[in-house]
Each structure stands twice: as structure tokens, then as C-alpha cells.
Design a protein around this ligand. Structure first.
Ligand code: MGD
Ligand code: SF4
Length: 745
């Protein structure tokens, strides 16, 4: 079916369509579409408050612009606990999202030209009418629940409000089932509390930081990186468990180059050493633990010698590192990680990490995990939302501990079949490049082909936009208001995002699009304001501030109200678990027929000639969103394939040689990738940065640069607890020639 074939946004028919005047008035007369060239250095006039959208750490920042409306620089807000006044290179380079001349410039509607699928430019009136008409049609024919919202980042909250008013809570985002979901389940079941973002890890005061496949430093979460660097200066012990010598591993006293997919064995063995050497935090465990005796019995067989056979980590190293953790406890953090959807048993691995922290007494203690606090932002008044008949909960009902929607389940429910109990007929995709963030490309394409309607809201012509019926160009975070940032931290804080410059081209903010679509769907009463400024000002006043004040300060810090940051001597603490304690043994899991204490199960290893495909973060990029950013692509323009020298010898590879990859299911990489020969990767794996290998030609800097890891992930392992998408069980062959002789896209 070629009805919704991928289009490399060519915006044909540009001449035929007139813009509305409202759209044109959004562009200041003196603003050139090529802002970067017009820069007038040295006449900075204004400074505006924002928080960064280049990744989801949401650092608060100041944007400086000159009298021409050109952004001169972005710097960190000195009062912000997310950044301590400093931005990471991506945050500084965020201005490239604004200046990128490849940006989506005006609404686009799918059309046929000479029998071929293409896009034509459209006015906002026409594009929004078409979106509303199709949403109305789906509502009438199937019910509003059949229209799904797949979202990520700030635009999501505006659209979620629209969707709830419209009657659908069929909502999902890759930041859950393809990212953090399992760790929230594992920690929730153990401590009764999600980890959340930013993680409440007390890194600045820690004496021992254990990273399990978590590569802080390459994964550039600002304040966390700064605190880790302070901890290193203060002599903290860093223990990194990773098949690859990550930047964090290179700063560690102990790098355990574990065999991939065996972490649970190591974690169980560490528990064994702590318990059977009697070096766990006895007082803490007696006071706060539940099910310790069952745990003790469970881990008895898991000696370091047992784990050695599985993990390849030497028993001496396992004992030594367990003793280091115990000596530093309770100021030890076994970090929960972030992108943890690896092998399908990820909630159980996260639970093993949580249990280990419990044995060390880290939760609620200085240098371990602090008690986070957040301030809630009052909801702007609106009528009650209607009650949908079904939604994301029903789509994940087979996973007893799922607490958010899963993109994978939305995708599956969009493919008609005999058991299509909850049929999905339309997608609204906002701020997520789904084909680069969710694996099993064929299944996604099948789902897209089956839809009645698909709209994408993005700032860039990404891969996902090529499949849309309507494309809505959002202006960048530097050109708009968004919801107030309220985040959990040691102390609560809020931050303002306000436009530093007017929207460039014919782009618009998500809040405006949501309101306009709402008006067309007869939902105007849910959008009872002319400008989002009014909403923010009302909310801020309810919180004891105002828009005027926040424009001046950008960030406001509040005093804690929930009590002390750590557990207090002489006082007791109740955990929000069924037992009120840390659950080493989980009755809840047992009642669902699931392992009440984590067990190790083995996963497939690569067959002869194949290597495990490992992937991770580039310090200069965020997922697939920044690869085309002119500032950041200057810093890192492509990813490379890390191979061990032994592999290079066997395969006959040299540094910088271009190779092609083919996975265990015969899926080929669309583009070649250059080889980096390095001892820093085990011989059974290869490694690449995630997010590269863009196939949309309209991304002039990113197209064809490096390979896409996601494209090569066709096998997944689903987490039975919460439906997470385990993606690290794929293996690749290294080919010296392009097996298909032409690129796919
Ligand atoms: P990005 O790839 O950054 O993140 O996956 P995604 O949510 O898809 O794509 C974000 C999209 O938002 C881009 O198309 C970008 O142009 C657009 N965008 C940027 N700013 C704005 C804006 O202000 N408004 C709008 N409307 N759009 C905007 C992330 C997800 O991927 C996550 S959270 C994780 S942890 C997983 N990581 C991961 C991995 O490491 N490897 C593999 N293979 N898959 C992964 N999937 C997951
Ligand atoms: Fe922006 Fe960097 Fe902060 Fe992420 S860590 S929000 S990219 S400054």
C-alpha cells in the first residue's frame, strides 16, 4: 500500500498556496529566514528566561538577543539546581535548533502529484481544519479513544489537554516503555517510590558511585555530571559495570567489563557477599527491610565463583567491589540508570539494583538517595474532562505494573486483526521521531499504513514527518511559551520558558495549535484564554509569584515543606509499599505469579560471525533530534562502529574503514558506518552512538551520516511486569560491501 509512503518532504506546489495573514504576521518584517548570517555581534539588548529542550534535564537558561532579534548566546541560570549556572554543549548549541535552515517552515498536507505521494504547502486554516475534521470523523465512527497521542517533550502537555478534552487518554511516549519505565517499576516495588527525573541521587556527597551500564558524562545530564565530577575530586570511589570502557569507566577505580546481558547475576552475587560476609547495613535492614530472610536464602547459591562463570567478572573483583560499597555505605549509590530497556527482564534488574541499595542503607541517607520534593503547579480552570471508555490502561492491561502508555502497544493496536479489542485509527505524533526511537520498523510501517489519519507536529523534517498526512511545524523552544517547569530536587524549584524571539517562518507554538484544534472541535471552553501568557501568569500568581517576576529571575526556589532531606536519627520512616518497608521480597509480584525476588535467566549470545549490537549516548547529541543542528553537527557529525582489535583482525578491518551491518534477521543498515578500532569494547560486542543514520534528505547535514541502531533492532524482549521494550538482544554481522547495492530510503 503506497497510500502513506514515506516522503522526503519536498514541499511541492509551494507557489499555489497563499499563507493566512495571521501566519505571516508572526514573522517580524526585519527577520531574515537565515538568521545566523544576519548576526550583529556586540549589541545585546534583551535577555529572556527559558529552560532547555535539547534534552529532558530541562536546565534553566538565559537567552540573549540583539536588536535585530538574533539570538547571540544561551547561558545557564545561576540559581537553577538542574545546571548550577552552566549548560552542557548541547544546551549552548541549542540556538542551532532555531537557526537550522532545514526547519519545517509551514504546514504541509499530503497530496498526489503525477500519481506520486508528495506534500504541498498549506495555510494554517486549511491544515488545522483538516486535522479537526479527521479527529471528528474518528470520534464519530469509532469513538475518541481510537485517536492516539504519541508524544515527547513540552508540546506533549498541550496536546494531552486537548486529547483529554476530546475524550481520549490513549496516550504513550517512548520515554516510558523504551526508556525509564522498568526502573520506575523496580524501584517502585521495592521502595514505594519512583525514581523520577532528575534522579534523587545525592552524588555530590557520595563516597561510592556504582554505575551499571549508565554512562554519565556521555549521557550529559548536567547537574548529575557536575556532581559526579565533584565527587571524583572529593575522592569518591567509582565502580562502573559496562562491556565498554565508557568515559565514566575511564574515570573509575574499578571497571568491570561484564559480559552483556548478565548484570542480574552480578547483582545477586554482590548481595551474596554483603549478606554472607555480614557487611550489609544491619541496623537499617532490621528497621526498614521486609523479607530479608527470604532474600538471604535466595542469594545463598550466588557466590562470586558462580557469577564468574556467567559474567566473566573475576570473583576477587566482585568481593572487592562489594566491600568498597559496604565500607562507604550508606553514602553509596548504586545508580538506577536511565535508558534501561535492554533484555526484557529489566524491571527485575532494576529491582535487584534497588535491593542492593536497600542492603547498603542508601535510600534516605546522605550520599545515597535524598527525599526529593516538588511543588505542584495549579491547573488552569476548565470544565471536567469526559471519561473515555478505554485508553492506555486497557492497552497495557496484560502488564500488571504498567503505569503509563506504551508506544509499542499503541502501534500493535493500530494493526487490524481478529483480536483488535481496542482499535486505533489515528495518530497525533508530537515531538518524537518514532521510527528512530521505537524498534521493529516493519511493524511501525504496517501500523502507519493501516491508519485512517496521521498528523505529526515537529520542528524538523524528520523521518516520522515523511509518513504524515498533515505536518504542523512547531516553532522551537526559543520562540515560545510552554508549561512552567516544576521538578523534583533537593528543594522544589520552578522555571519559566518565554519566547526570546518571535516564531521564525510560518511556525507556531503547540499551545496555539492545541487551542485552535480545540476550537474547531467545539472544545473552546477548555481553552478559555487568548494567550498562554494568561495561563502562566494565573498559575504563577496562585504559587506566590507572577509572570513579571519570573521574567526577571527565570528560576524560583522554594523551601522544603515535606520534612528533612534525609532520614533523621531517632525517627522512623514509612515507605509507600504494602508493608510500609523496603520490600526485599515482594508479595505483590508473587501474587501475580512473578518472581518475588529477582532471578538470573540467561539470554542469547551472538552466533559465530555476529556481534551484539550495543548503543548509547553521544555527549554532543540527544537521541535523533540534534544530529542536523548546525552547531552540534560541527562537533560530532556521524557515529562510528567501535570494534575490538581482535574483531578488527578477524574481520580484516582498519580504522575509518566504511562497513555495512546486517542483523540476525537479515535487516541491513541503510548507510555505511566507519570503524573505530579500540580496546574499549569487548570482543563479543560492537558499539555505536544512538540517533544517527538519518534517511530524510531534507536533513542536509544529518542525511546518511553514520548508521541507525534502531533500524537494526528487529528483535525485542518485552518486560512482563510493565511492557518495556528490551532492545539489546540484536546481533550484527560486519559487511565490507553494501549487500543491497543501494540505500533503502
Ligand atoms: P528524538 O529522537 O530526540 O527523541 O526518542 P524521541 O522522543 O523520538 O526525537 C524528538 C523529535 O522531536 C524529533 O523529531 C525532533 O525534531 C522533535 N522536536 C525537537 N524539539 C521539538 C519541539 O520543540 N517541538 C516539537 N513538536 N518537536 C520537537 C527518545 C526515546 O528513544 C528515549 S527517551 C529513549 S531513552 C530511548 N533511547 C533509545 C536508544 O538509546 N536507542 C534506540 N535504538 N532507541 C531508543 N529509543 C528511545
Ligand atoms: Fe540542555 Fe544540556 Fe541541560 Fe540537557 S543537560 S537540558 S541539553 S543544557
Amino acid at each position: 500500500n503506497s497510500r502513506r509512503s514515506f516522503i522526503k518532504i519536498s514541499a511541492l506546489g509551494a507557489s499555489g498556496i497563499a499563507f493566512t495573514t495571521t501566519a505571516l504576521s508572526a514573522i517580524p518584517s526585519d527577520m531574515n529566514s537565515n538568521g545566523a548570517k544576519d548576526k550583529k555581534i556586540g549589541s545585546i539588548l534583551s535577555r529572556s528566561a527559558t529552560y532547555c529542550e535539547v534534552c529532558f534535564w530541562k536546565c534553566a537558561a538565559w537567552v540573549y538577543s540583539d536588536e535585530k532579534g538574533n539570538i547571540q548566546k544561551i547561558i545557564g541560570n545561576e540559581n537553577d539546581p538542574h545546571c548550577y549556572g552552566r549548560l552542557c554543549p548541547r544546551g549552548t548549541g541549542g540556538v542551532g535548533m532555531y537557526t537550522d535552515e532545514d526547519r519545517l517552515k509551514t504546514p504541509l498536507i499530503r497530496t498526489k502529484i503525477d500519481g506520486k505521494d508528495s506534500f504541498r504547502e498549506a495555510s494554517w486554516e486549511e491544515a488545522l481544519d483538516l486535522v479537526a475534521k479527521n479527529m471528528e470523523k474518528i470520534k464519530t465512527e469509532y469513538g475518541p479513544e481510537s485517536m492516539a497521542l504519541i508524544k515527547h517533550g513540552s508540546p506533549g502537555s498541550h496536546l494531552e489537554h486537548l486529547f483529554k478534552a476530546y475524550g481520549s487518554d490513549t496516550v504513550a511516549e517512548p520515554a516510558y516503555a523504551q526508556c525509564r519505565g522498568p526502573r520506575e517499576t523496580g524501584f517502585g516495588l521495592t521502595f514505594g517510590s519512583w525514581v523520577g527525573s532528575p534522579e534523587p541521587t545525592d552524588i555530590r556527597d557520595t563516597k561510592c558511585l556504582v554505575l551499571i551500564g549508565s554512562h554519565i558524562g556521555e549521557n550529559m545530564h548536567n547537574s548529575q555530571v557536575q556532581e559526579m565530577s565533584d565527587a571524583i575530586d572529593n575522592g569518591a570511589n567509582i565502580i562502573t559495570v559496562d562491556p565498554r570502557c565508557s568515559t565514566a569507566a575511564s574515570k573509575s577505580q574499578h571497571w568491570l567489563a561484564i559480559k552483556p546481558a548478565t548484570d542480574i547475576a552480578l547483582l545477586l552475587s554482590w548481595m551474596h557477599v554483603l549478606i554472607y560476609e555480614d557487611i550489609y547495613n544491619k541496623e537499617y535492614v532490621e528497621k526498614y527491610g521486609s523479607g530479608f530472610e527470604a532474600l538471604k536464602k535466595h542469594v545463598k547459591p550466588f557466590s562470586p565463583e558462580w557469577a564468574y562463570g556467567i559474567t566473566t567478572v573475576k570473583p576477587k573483583e566482585i568481593r572487592k567491589t562489594a566491600r568498597i560499597m559496604a565500607a562507604a555505605a550508606p553514602s553509596t549509590i548504586v545508580h538506577p540508570g536511565r535508558h534501561v530497556t535492554w533484555y526484557g527482564d529489566d524491571s527485575q534488574r532494576a529491582r535487584a539494583i534497588a535491593i542492593l541499595n536497600g542492603l547498603l542503607g542508601s535510600w534516605g541517607n546522605r550520599g545515597g538517595f535524598y527525599f526529593k520534593e516538588k511543588i505542584s503547579v495549579p491547573k488552569f480552570p476548565h470544565p471536567p474532562y469526559p471519561h473515555p471508555k478505554w485508553g492506555w490502561k486497557e492497552l497495557v492491561e496484560k502488564y500488571p505494573f504498567a503505569e503509563m502508555g506504551s508506544t509499542m502497544e499503541v502501534i500493535k493496536a493500530s494493526i487490524p486483526g481478529a483480536d483488535q479489542k481496542y482499535p486505533i485509527k489515528g495518530w497525533f505524533v508530537a515531538g518524537t521521531n518514532l521510527v528512530a526511537s521505537v524498534p521493529k520498523r516493519k511493524v511501525i510501517e504496517e501500523a502507519i499504513q493501516s491508519l485512517d489519519f496521521m498528523v505529526v507536529m515537529d520542528t524538523m523534517p524528520m523521518e516520522i514527518t515523511g509518513y504524515a498526512d498533515v505536518i504542523l511545524p512547531e516553532c522551537t523552544y526559543l520562540e515560545r511559551y510552554d508549561g512552567i517547569r516544576s521538578a523534583t530536587n533537593r528543594e522544589p524549584s520552578i522555571a519559566l520558558r518565554s519566547p526570546a524571539v518571535p516564531p521564525k517562518y510560518n511556525s507556531k507554538p503547540a499551545w496555539w495549535m492545541a487551542k485552535e484544534i480545540g476550537n474547531r472541535l467545539d472544545l473552546a471552553e477548555y481553552f478559555n484564554y487568548n494567550d498562554y501568557e494568561e495561563v502562566i501568569d494565573w498559575q504563577l500568581k496562585e504559587m506566590g509569584s507572577s509572570l513579571e517576576e519570573m521574567k526577571k529571575i527565570g528560576v524560583k526556589n522554594f523551601k522544603r515543606k515535606s520534612g528533612a532531606l534525609y532520614m533523621q536519627k531517632g525517627k522512623t520512616h514509612e515507605f509507600a509499599t504494602p508493608s510500609g518497608k523496603i520490600e526485599f521480597y515482594s508479595e505483590e509480584l508473587a501474587s501475580h505469579g512473578l518472581d518475588p525476588i529477582p532471578v538470573y535467566t540467561s539470554h542469547d549470545s551472538p552466533k559465530q560471525g555476529f556481534y551484539r549490537l550495543n548503543y548509547g549516548r553521544s555527549p554532543m547529541h540527544t537521541f535523533s533530534r540534534t544530529i542536523n543542528n548546525p552547531n552540534l553537527s560541527d562537533l560530532t557529525s556521524e557515529n562510528m562502529l567501535w570494534v575490538n582489535p581482535k574483531v578488527a583482525r578477524i574481520e580484516g578491518l582498519k580504522n575509518n574503514q566504511e562497513v555495512w551491518l546486517q542483523n540476525q534477521d537479515g535487516v541491513n543498515s541503510s548507510f555505511p558506518i566507519k570503524v573505530r578500532v579500540t580496546e574499549r569494547i569487548r570482543w563479543d560486542s560492537v558499539y555505536m552512538y544512538h540517533g544517527f543514520g538519518h534517511s530524510n534528505k531534507k536533513l542536509t547535514r544529518a542525511h546518511g551520516k553514520g548508521a541507525s541502531d534502531t533500524e537494526l533492532i528487529s528483535r525485542i524482549a518485552i518486560d512482563p511486569l510493565m511492557g518495556g521494550t528490551g532492545m539489546r538482544g540484536n546481533f550484527v554481522k560486519i559487511l565490507l560491501d553494501n549487500p543491497i547495492k543501494e540505500t533503502i530510503l
